[in-house]
Design a binder for this molecule. Sequence first.
Ligand code: DX5
Ligand code: ZN
Length: 218
Amino acid sequence: MFHLSPSILAADTANLAIAVCAAEVGGADSLHIDIMDGHYVANYAFSPKTLADLRRVTTLPLHAHLEVSNPDAVLSLFAEADMIIVQEDATPDLAATIATIQQLGCTAGVAVNRNRSVKPLLPILDRVDLLLVMAVEPGFGGQPFDADVLDKVRWLHAQRASDRLDFAIGVDGGVNLSTIALSAAAGADFFAVGSAAFTGDITGSVRQLRAAASTTGR
Ligand code: DX5
Ligand code: ZN
């Protein structure tokens, strides 16, 4: 089973409800909402109000991906989310941050940047719902996929099996019809997809992405 989470960073925000409904019709499993603070990344995107507004136009689960410095200071603002994803290098005590997210009633995701190892995250793998491997530098959509990160996907896949854990293994950044198949073959089952979902025929693109992931036979 694959989880497709279209990232609204790539959507036409002047017509956001239309874009989101098209993704929903195409079979999206959730919406990925990047929150950017102009500090952790050199860009700005979305806010808690975006989540509240989206609740009125979609029943899809909402995932807030906090690409911000000091996420601990703002977690409670995102209690509206179904899942809160934090960057593992943005918080001094990741286990405490995960616990706070869960106390807010949200599921917890942890994202790891390209230049960071996943191996130090071993102690928290039993308490997260999603481990999200970044295949681009955070901050902007439309960047090329770094296939080197697939080694982290393979490691997570092996670790999940050997420890009988059940977190989702996700990839975010540069996911398109070909890289989704590569990622799925490496063991990923969750995909945050911006440009390849929200460019052109959104409904058709979301359907095709799922079909492309499924060609791996997993
Ligand atoms: C990047 C964001 C991604 C972004 C992906 O900082 O975390 O979610 O929307 O966009 P694409 O799929 O265009 O690379
Ligand atoms: Zn993201």
